[in-house]
Write a protein that binds this ligand. Sequence first.
Ligand code: GAL
Length: 720
Amino acid sequence: MKMRWFFLICMFSGLLAQAQSVPLQWEPVAPGVWKATVGQPDKVDLLTTAGGSPRKEALQKLGEAPFPLPQAECSAEIKEGKVYLRFPLQEEEQLFGLGLQFKTVNRRGQILNLHMDHYQGRDDGRSHAPVPFYVSSSGYGVLINSARYITVYAGTAVRVNSQHPPRVYDRNTEPDWSAQPYSDAVEMLVPAAGTEIYVFAGKNSMEAVQRYNLFNGGGVLPPKWGLGFTHRMPTLSTAAQVKAEATAFNEHGFPLDFIGLEPGWQTKAYPCTFEWDKSRFPDPAAFVKEMQAKGIRLNLWLNPYLSPASSLYSAAKPLSGSHTVWNGLVPDLTLPAAQQLYKNIFKTQHVDIGVSGYKIDEVDGVDSWLWPDVATFPSGTTAEQMRQVYGVMMQRLTTGWFREKGVRTYGLVRASNAGASSFPYVIYNDYYNHRDFITALCNSSFIGVLWTPEVRASKTAEEWLRRMQSACFSPMAMLNAWADGTKPWSFPEVEKQVKDVALLRMQLFPYLYTVFSQYYLEGKPPVRAMNLVEGFSFQHQSQKAALDGTENPYRMALREDVKDQFMLGDDLLVAPMFTGQTTRKVILPQGKWYDFYTGEYVGNGNIIEATPGLDKIPLYVRDGGIIPMIPPVTHTPAPDEQLPLEIRHYGEAESTAVLYDDDGQSYDYQQGKYMQYRLSAKKDKHAKWQGQVVIENKQGLKVAYKNIKWRFMLPESSGR
Ligand code: GAL
């Protein structure tokens, strides 16, 4: 009897709680972007911390769009100081994003606690970029602008009063019974008394991502040198060893644009002083200058925790948190005074002598060494919020110092979050699974961050080459030799192939730079998961028998991910090979596709088998794809350099493309000082291919290319 009352009371209070859930009130904040506010949001949130301003013109160009969700079904309630959110899901929808995860791409059916951390091998939400943004295959995105550990039930929870309840199965007799029945909603728990929520419309998922990136200030356009090859030195290297390394790269004819110095450049590390160790680097300013004269820039490793040996220590103490990291202070970087302290030392010691950027380490986790959640900070910002945004604050601060000097930077960071797409930082980590690194590349494209599948060491020459091939088709082509001093030529048996792929990246520079310009101008990520690609069919995602989405729709969540291939820009499909593979499947989106190397037709909307041999990474170009290339150089083009240009056209379709260029180092492009070469490939009346290049609006910029030649990569069928 008692039990029955208990149940009745529970049911009644449950109904009451549901009754309090109210539809969110949306206000338009940009074309196709809406904001809703629930309760009293925190002072520190993700977007304010990143501080980006929407790229209004570009958003206007994308245009107005209707609100993409049934408004009455997007609801919120506040209970006991926490926000409960619910967004509807249609049966066929797939969800992407929700942090930089490494194993899976589809989020529908997952539960994530978005918590800044070093990735620990499980897609549970703990990640280097726990971005609370998801994008749906139905063409919209949702962002929770809160710097809290948000729990997301991405299509897992079923409400009693669900509009679309799952069918009830009998486990005794029905083999399709599942422990995870179909769910018609995304539900989220934000442990704060309020939050802002943003919705981004799109005619497809790419457009929603574009709006998201543009709203946050657009994607980053790195300096030209940032797209060259980079090598990181062993921890305790000296200036002499760094110079010798640069010479060795030169002798091997291997490209190199910037070198990274690991912890040993400082007098103390873990925690840090940020001051040069004069025993290893006797004259830092002269050293940086000498390297620059060789065309090589320098990037400095650091973690932001201040050593007791630092001259800043006593000034920083009252501006720091209650807890230390490795006995170092954790400055409260929300405080202008703390920012200024760091600025003084970083500017005079590094930026002003010509250092090109930073590698900001250890701003993600791990729990056992980072400040605990019980830590307090002088500004009143909680430890949890601090953890979610510390990496973003460091990105913003450091970027600002370079900006003041009028030079672009490009570096590395181990923690990022929503709103940071315009920062010139690429995420990396200590995890080292090659396949998972490619999944992370795919996932980075949904959430406005960049990721590098850096190369460190390998067991075999084959693994070395395969990893190098992937790194060369990523936002930062990097060998991180901090631990064991590897060199690109460490495996002599594949030295040539490693060099070839690094030089191919250099050849592709004009294409790559243009691809990044799209990130800034249009919000299109440079690396794109296949789910963002037009013509990529949903059915391709499962090679199993067709799933029954009506009878047993929970299975939707079990679809196979496509996470081992991606697009680099509009035209190039990259399908990395992994150790032990001699052949692999490649899923081609709709439309004709051609082999990058030979121009041969390979397929159209089907699954092909690639057998590229060890030397090559499979690359395919869309019909009509136009790929501008320079010769295999060892440095990215310098401001005054003019290089020959080969413009490749693939396939049978007449087409046009844009080749972007600017001064490659300043921020003038943000004032519109950039030029676009209009490239067009057409057949003349004798059916002979003709290519045309028209430079639009030179803006007083130097033309970077000479001897421009077209190369039509004609398919076999045309009788080439
Ligand atoms: C790690 C980092 C490595 C390397 C190392 C140096 O935290 O992920 O890439 O920089 O520190 O101690």
